[in-house]
Design a protein around this ligand. Sequence first.
Ligand code: DGL
Length: 253
Amino acid sequence: MIGIFDSGSGGLTVLKAIREQMPSTDILYFGDIKNAPYGEKSREELSRLTINNIRVLQTRGATSIVSACNSVSASLAVSLYDVLGLTSQNLIEMVGPTVSCFKDFKRPILLAATSATIDSEIYQSAFQMLGIKIDTVAIPKLAGAIEFGTPSKDQELLIAGACAAYDMRKYGAIILACTHYPLALASFRKVLGEDVQFFDPAEAVADRVKRQLWPREVGDGKLRFLVSRDTPQFRSHVTKLLPDASYVIEVLD
Ligand code: DGL
């Protein structure tokens, strides 16, 4: 069984792409909504939450883990693999699959993400190694606004405020390097224009999951959600993204 985690609803974009590619795989999804949003937390706090999330999934039977959260990527250090019984074979994260889609890209990239992801410099080092010019834009409070259902008008103001200083014509692509952001794609388009190329990494991560975990993670297509706090917004994101799926949602104490 594959275990996927995020601070809340963002990872559902990745879950949807994985389900499309591997419909018969059993998936357990953990949304740590009680601690959302993650993007403004310290590296130490994120490491603690990451270990907890992986353990929650493993103790309920997950044999492979997908981190559908960019903000914790810097916490998924190889030094933790032994403690958590992980290897590069059964842990998949966001950064590697995203960067590899751009390995032959020639134009500058704008990376939109949380402060935690940008401050970790994990994407910047990878793109610099490939000789690709990268600028970053943090959009504080946007992931939380998406998670807790702030009206889209207010989400648009957050995007507009953060991106005001950037000339979008400079960039070949804007990478939505927070899994919550594709849930607000319509707002991004409205604020930044229809000509901007947005890149949602969900497909690339799902491709990697399939390449690495299929057919090892074959099952019956069962889908189960765990949340550390129950919210109507999470339930509504699940219904919108997976209208035909049957599933159970369990709230952790
Ligand atoms: N969706 C996560 C990410 O990709 C976390 C966002 C947040 O909780 O701030 O970074």
